[in-house]
Design a protein. Structure first.
Length: 555
């Protein structure tokens, strides 16, 4: 038999060509460079998996480097959360976490070098004036009146900017590239601006900060990054990335762009995600409806499922839209293998088994996970009084209704067969109790009754079950592309029923010991995960994903 052909994505093809030619001595070094101005989201997960998995496959290394060049929006809270998320996803970066601020002095020296070689100048124009002079891609830009300043004057002004002599916005340092370029990023981009802001790591040491396009590429070179992988929106930044490398004569890191992760019913703009938090649409960055790593973790999405999702979504050169159903399918597949089973009644109605001995409690055996024999078994209390789901009973059922009704017979999962004899209602006509009888010889696992039933219901025993809270989460947005409408805000598509809280649920007693983050399959309901607010006295569970897989593989 011939060996199965291994297909490489386009980045792997580039890496293998580099390895063949012994480029960089056969060394592979990638990096993940988040800005510490928000929490990681689903788009970052793709970037993380690509960088770490490629390095792992080819025996290379991956750095974690925080792009902390804008002190106005950065916080150590984000730094800590990002590191926690990466490690939870199953990855560990090379050595200690790095920061662009580690290189502020070196970047400053690079800027001086550009000025000395006539490749940068200090511009006194306002941001509005600079934008106006850049014009549009179809017409040439206008050179700044300060572009012809002498090297000595530029050096003097930039050093005085560094010394803190000037106010914010009064001057910037611009690279002297080409004001006629059709690529707007090449029209003398700003590479330093004045910001008298306290930095979360360097304090008040600096009052000038490099722009992303200047700090990013040079940081790659300083670290010897061989393959600088980023999403497609940076394609037009690549010529500038390479221009700086050429003019500074530094290590030639190579920028390669891939399609970003776009998922239906999700947004990946940190600015818009922050807006959801600030306006109280969600409870925080870790709200289970958020597409953040912390939100998905709290909801109960396993790290392995996110990695599998990114693998199945693939690495492409063109932006595409991935169906959220694929993500949910990956989550469901992982949880089916790992989740303990449990019975929880969401909307309880009491069942009294009139022929069961009063004051007696029986303990029945239930399997914890039919997919995993090593998960063992548990004991469930059974007595005269139980709870079943209210919607598992109908007084006047349609044909082929296999749940409970007057005179109808069903099996209780892991227990006995019961028959409904009588319905008790309150003064409003609401059903408050179902009187049933059970067949003692129909015990699950040793049934000798000969009774044939078509329906099996989940249930909990009344006295040993505990009250708790279910948080049913739906998609946060009603539109599959909430950020794709120029004339509307994402807030216009908020789903008013994205969270429904149920405080009348009844849980099996063993769920009082559930640890935050533990996944369970609630029989006939779905997968649920213990929330960080859960306690023995008041279990709280988040709806993770339903039982039914609606994703169809496209052929």
């Amino acid at each position: 038999m011939s060996e199965e052909k291994i297909y490489l994505n386009f980045i792997e093809e580039i890496i293998e060509e580099d390895l063949k030619s012994s480029k960089h001595g056969g060394r592979i070094h990638t990096r993940f460079p988040p800005e510490p101005n928000g929490y990681l989201h689903i788009g970052h997960v793709k970037a993380i998996t690509i960088n770490f998995e490629l390095a792992k496959k080819y025996g290379g290394k991956t750095n974690l480097r925080f792009d902390d060049t804008n002190p106005t929006t950065e916080d150590t809270e984000y730094v800590d959360a990002i590191q926690k998320d990466i490690q939870w996803l199953g990855y560990q970066w090379e050595g200690k976490a790095l920061y662009a601020s580690d290189y502020f002095e070196q970047l400053y020296q690079y800027a001086l070098q550009l000025i000395e070689n006539g490749h940068a100048y200090v511009d006194d124009s306002s941001a509005e004036q600079i934008a106006e002079m850049k014009k549009t891609p179809t017409e040439a830009g206008i050179e700044s009146p300060f572009r012809t300043r002498s090297i000595q004057e530029n050096l003097d002004l930039f050093k005085r900017m560094h010394a803190g002599e000037f106010e914010d916005g009064s001057r910037v340092l611009r690279a002297k590239v080409d004001m006629t370029s059709p690529n707007m990023h090449m029209r003398d981009p700003v590479i330093y601006r004045i910001k008298h802001e306290h930095h979360h790591r360097t304090g008040d040491q600096w009052c000038i900060y490099p722009m992303y396009d200047f700090a990013h590429g040079q940081s790659d070179s300083i670290e010897g990054i061989t393959h600088s992988l980023c999403s497609l929106e940076f394609t037009h930044h690549r010529p500038l990335y390479e221009w700086f490398i050429e003019k500074l004569g530094i290590f030639p890191s190579r920028q390669i762009e891939f399609a970003r992760m776009n998922v239906t019913y999700m947004i990946t703009s940190k600015r818009k995600l922050l807006k959801l938090v600030e306006e109280g649409i969600v409870t925080g960055w870790d709200d289970p409806r958020m597409p953040t790593v912390s939100g998905m973790r709290r909801r109960g999405f396993p790290a392995g499922a996110l990695r599998t999702f990114c693998e199945k979504a693939g690495v492409a050169k063109r932006d595409n839209l991935i169906e959220i159903e694929l993500l949910e399918s990956c989550v469901r597949e992982e949880l089916n293998k790992s989740s303990l089973r449990a019975m929880v009644v969401m909307d309880p109605v009491k069942v009294v088994i009139t022929n069961y001995p009063e004051g007696t409690t029986e303990w029945l055996t239930a399997e914890n996970n039919p997919e995993d024999a090593s998960a063992g078994e548990r004991q469930m209390a059974f007595s005269r009084e139980l709870f079943i789901e209210r919607d598992d009973f109908m007084e006047d059922p349609p044909k082929n209704y296999f749940r409970l009704y007057p005179g109808g017979t069903v099996r209780l999962k892991h227990a006995y067969i019961i028959t409904c004899q009588d319905v008790v209602k309150d003064e409003k006509g609401e059903i408050v109790q179902l009187n049933c009888t059970y067949a003692p010889e129909s015990k699950s696992g040793s049934d000798t009754s000969g009774i044939k039933v078509k329906g099996t219901l989940h249930w909990v025993e009344a006295n040993h079950s505990i009250e708790g809270e279910i948080r049913d989460y739906d998609r946060l947005f009603t539109d599959p592309t909430p950020a794709g409408h120029e004339d509307k805000d994402v807030l216009d598509f908020i789903n008013p029923r994205s969270l429904v809280v149920n405080k009348k649920a009844r849980f099996e007693q063993f769920l009082s010991k559930a640890v935050a983050g533990s996944p369970y399959q609630f029989l006939r309901k779905g997968y649920y995960t213990a929330d960080i607010e859960t306690s023995a006295q008041h279990p709280v569970f988040n709806a993770t994903v339903n039982l039914k897989d609606s994703y169809k593989v496209q052929k």
